[in-house]
Design a protein around this ligand. Structure first.
Ligand code: HEC
Length: 117
């Protein structure tokens, strides 16, 4: 191998650099979606504006499955379950609830447990 770098090597290096720049750009343009998720975390009320526990329950919980029966869990279990579901929502990029909104959903569920679905 000659100590002087042949011109082809340089253009190959430029090509590789351009490829990395492209990949970096592709990663960059894929970021705004994640940023949106963080914005929701700061201002969750924008996602479900002024919604009641009932509306929050009906609109957020159907993002993945049908609405669960109120009687399917006990008052001890629901608060933990709603938090867990909210984590699922956040992790999977769904609209998710603020702490207050999650509490409102839990209260709504708890107030309906004796009723039939
Ligand atoms: C991001 C998707 C997603 C959303 C939104 C979601 N869930 Fe779920 N839910 C799941 C998955 C996945 C399971 C099954 C796995 C599990 O139980 O952890 C599940 C299971 C359940 C179960 C059965 C759990 C059990 O142990 O029998 C209940 C009840 C439930 N969800 C209630 C809710 C309520 C209430 C909401 C709204 C606050 C909600 N889910 C929103 C994904 C979701």
């Amino acid at each position: 191998m000659s100590p002087i770098t042949p011109p082809m090597k340089n253009s190959t290096a430029i090509g590789v650099t351009a490829l990395f720049a492209l990949v970096a750009f592709a990663i960059l343009i894929s970021l705004p979606e994640k940023k949106g998720t963080h914005e929701m975390k700061q201002e969750p009320s924008r996602v479900f504006p002024l919604a009641s526990g009932k509306t929050l329950f009906e609109e957020s919980c159907v993002q993945c499955h049908t609405l669960p029966l109120f009687k399917s869990h006990t008052p001890d279990q629901w608060p933990i379950l709603v938090k867990k579901m909210n984590r699922y929502m956040e992790q999977t990029g769904k609209n998710y609830l603020s702490t207050d909104e999650a509490d409102a959903v839990t209260s709504y569920i708890l107030s309906n447990i004796p009723a039939k679905n």
